[in-house]
Design a protein around this ligand. Sequence first.
Ligand code: GRF
Length: 208
Amino acid sequence: MHTRVRSAILISGRGSNMQALLDAARDKADFPASFDLVISDRADAAGLDIARKAGCDALALQQTGAGKAAWEAELTTLLRRADIELVCLAGFMRLLSGGFLAGLGRPVLNIHPSLLPDFPGLNAQAQALKAGVRVAGCTAHEVTEVMDAGPIIGQAQVPVQTYDSVEALSARILREEHRLYPACVARFLGARLQPSPTPEPETPVHAH
Ligand code: GRF
C-alpha cells in the first residue's frame, strides 16, 4: 500500500466533517491521508468520542490562563511529536495566528459553509439568506492568518429555496461539505505529490 500523509484534524464541536474525513480514509484504498490525531480546543466536543470510537488518538487542548501563544506552542509540540504533515480544520472555531502557521510549516486546510469569498466568518448560512442569494454552498481552502481567505481548493454549490430556513439551508450545505472536504484533501495532496513537470527544452537562440 502507498504511504499516506500523516494528518491531524482539529475540531471544536460535533465533528461531522471529521467523521467524513475518517470515513474516506477508512473506505477508500487510494485515499492519500491517514488521520492519526484529533485535537479539540473544547473538552466537551462530541467529536472527541466519535474519533476515539473510530480508533484515533483524540485529546482536548484548552487554552489556559497562560494565553493563546502558549496554547499554540503546545499545539505545535503535539503535532510535531505525532509527525503530522497536514492539518485539517473541521468545525474548529479559533483563528490560528500567522506565527503558528509559519512555525508549524505544514499546510492547514479548512471547510467553510459558503462560496468564499462571499460570507466569511460566523453564521455564513444566515449571511447568505440575508443577502438573498439563490445559490449557496461550501468551500475547502488553505488556511492563512486571515479568516476564511486562503487559496481555494474546491467548492460545491447548493440551491437556496424560496422561504428557506437557516437550519434547512445549513443541512443542505453540510451534506455537500461531507462530500467536498475529503475530495479536496485528496486533490490537494494529489497535486503536491505530482512530480514537477519536466522543463521545456530551451529553444536554442541562434546568433545572426
Ligand atoms: C461546518 O458547517 C463547517 O463548515 C464549519 O463548521 C461546521 C462544523 O460542523 N466550519 P461539524 O463539526 O463538522 O459537524
